[in-house]
Design a protein around this ligand. Structure first.
Ligand SMILES: Nc1ccn([C@@H]2O[C@H](COP(=O)(O)OP(=O)(O)OP(=O)(O)O)[C@@H](O)[C@H]2O)c(=O)n1
Ligand SMILES: C[C@](O)(CO)[C@H](O)COP(=O)(O)O
Length: 237
């Protein structure tokens, strides 16, 4: 007689995991502290991002937050100040985004399987719908990333001038970028290349990355005007 109280392994969904990379220094922002700690509607940018990934509807089992090694205590103080009770593991990052993702991935070594969403700590307006789309697509395709179409005309520049590009065939990459953990581990086991600008570029040689609809409001806070736009968009996603 089978025991129906215990699901068989094949019935079990792989756990949803997340790495929030916030290990950068924010040179383009030019602020007095890393931009992930700047206040957006009175709270740190990174706290908004953490809340988005921890939304109960997503069912994320474990969140790793990657920080600059010298900023871990700053974040711990902010967590106290703002009463942050969302469980998350802290990891020291590296000199590049690639190195920070790799460090975050190492912190998930206890997971033999799962889907890992890698998300920029400085994309605090990401919606539950966009995150869900990347997890759902990664379930089917092993690799998925949020992207949007350019709204402006686009040209490729060269020493000889510039050439118009067909923007319908171009996409602007966002995060989350979500992968089967084993695939992401294999991709990040390879040496870093200068051409790696996101996780999709790291995975590209191993697996086709399925693009899903991102959201124009899922902006990456990079320069001061982005913070103004984020203030205006807050609450719309
Ligand atoms: N060594 C690094 C560099 C970047 N990031 C993270 O990757 C995301 C995208 O990077 P970017 O916007 O370039 O952040 P910064 O490196 O902080 O900014 P800048 O390039 O202007 O210095 C950010 O959440 C950033 O914290 C990271 O975890 N570790
Ligand atoms: C990962 C990313 O946000 C996708 O758009 C982007 O590539 C990060 O670039 P950055 O130069 O590190 O800001």
């Amino acid at each position: 007689m089978p025991d129906f109280r215990q699901p068989t392994p094949t019935n079990q969904k792989p756990p949803r995991l997340a790495i929030i990379v916030a290990g950068g220094s924010g040179t383009r922002m030019g602020a007095d502290r890393p931009k992930q700690f700047l206040l957006l509607r009175g709270e740190p940018v990174l706290l908004h991002t953490l809340r988005r990934l921890a939304a109960p509807a997503l069912g994320v089992a474990e969140i790793v937050v990657v920080l600059p090694a010298e900023q871990v205590s700053t974040w711990q103080q902010l967590c106290q100040e703002f009463g942050v009770s969302i469980p998350h593991r802290l990891v020291a990052g590296g000199a590049t985004r690639w190195a920070s993702v790799k460090a975050g991935l190492a912190a998930l070594k206890g997971h033999a399987q799962g889907l890992v969403a890698v998300h920029d700590g400085v994309r605090p307006l990401v919606s539950t719908a966009v995150i869900e789309r990347t997890y759902a697509a990664a379930t089917v395709h092993a690799a998925a990333a949020a992207a949007v179409q350019p709204k402006d005309s686009v040209r490729l520049v060269s020493p000889h001038g510039s050439a118009a590009q067909n923007r319908q065939r171009l996409r602007l990459m966002q995060t989350p970028q979500t992968f089967e953990i084993d695939l992401l581990r294999r991709a990040y086991a390879m040496p870093e290349l200068a051409s790696f600008t996101d996780d999709a570029t790291v995975v590209d040689d191993l697996c086709r990355v399925q693009l899903v609809d991102g959201d124009y409001r899922n902006l990456k806070i990079t320069t001061p005007e982005d913070l103004l736009v984020a203030e205006a968009l807050f609450g719309t996603t």
